[in-house]
Design a protein around this ligand. Structure first.
Ligand SMILES: [Zn+2]
Length: 257
């Protein structure tokens, strides 16, 4: 058992103990199951639901640049259809959906490029700084059995206020007012950050989806290079989707590389 795993189990026991203590205080006589460290369970292999105790791999996090470790991961982008074909106003976010057929490989494992969406303000922090906006490019591997959760690879790009972003400009005026879906013209929207993903430098850690069911099977890659969007673009996106960033979650000894 390596040191990180030991540390994680230590934190797991501590966290469960803390939950147990606070439950008892609230209900007086609550019986709480003793913490059980399951050696067989793969790290991040469980689903968690809102309202239930979360695991120890939740996202987003505050990334401390001077504590991130040196790491090396291979990203290979294999784009057949880099242009999204649908644009959705989902009420809580703006989402662009890719047609099937493109993949991004992370350390040799192939994830299918699915969709991208926005958060205002950013969910991840770098050295305690929240940025005005964050873009998530979601890739996934569908499970082979129903009880297995999907696995995700999310590329995240933080935006600061600056020049207008041409990728955002190419679709923003077409976002449906109210919840709904709009078709995009072929090759109308070109997602430059996906195309050039291999040129970026990333922070990496293992975490969760930041929306229900908060599944803890996500390889997170957060680009170190900060993107720019105009204040009008950020304001418009925020107007449509509202403040939709989840609070930062505890690291519980996880390494960021
Ligand atoms: Zn997201």
């Amino acid at each position: 058992m390596n040191t990180l795993r030991k540390r994680l189990l230590g934190f797991a026991a501590l966290a469960l103990l803390m939950v147990a203590t606070s439950c008892e205080r609230e209900s007086g006589e609550a019986k709480v199951e003793p913490p059980q460290a399951d050696e067989q369970e793969p790290a991040g292999g469980r689903n968690t639901m809102p309202g239930l105790a979360h695991g120890l791999l939740q996202s987003p996090i505050n990334i401390l640049s001077n504590r991130s470790e040196a790491g090396h991961h291979e990203i290979a982008v294999n784009l057949h259809h880099a242009e999204p074909e649908y644009l959705a106003n989902k009420g809580h976010t703006i989402e662009l959906d890719f047609p099937r057929g493109s993949t991004i490989a992370f350390d040799g494992r192939e994830y299918e490029l699915k969709q991208l969406h926005f958060h205002t303000p950013s969910e991840h922090q770098i050295d305690g700084i929240t940025y005005p906006m964050e873009l998530h490019v979601v890739n996934s591997i569908e499970p082979k059995t129903p009880d297995e959760p999907p696995r995700y690879l999310v590329l995240a790009f933080l935006y600061r206020m600056g020049d207008e972003d041409s990728f955002i400009a190419s679709f923003l005026s077409q976002v449906p007012t109210g919840e709904g879906l709009a078709a995009l013209e072929p090759r109308q929207v070109h997602v430059t950050v996906v195309d050039q993903a291999m040129d970026f430098h990333f922070y990496h850690y293992r975490g969760s989806l930041t929306t229900p069911p908060f599944t803890e099977t996500v390889e997170w890659m957060i680009a170190k290079e900060i993107q720019q969007a105009s204040p009008e673009q950020v304001r418009r996106i925020n107007q449509i989707e509202g403040d939709n960033a989840r609070h930062v979650q505890p690291l519980y000894g996880r390494a960021v590389d």
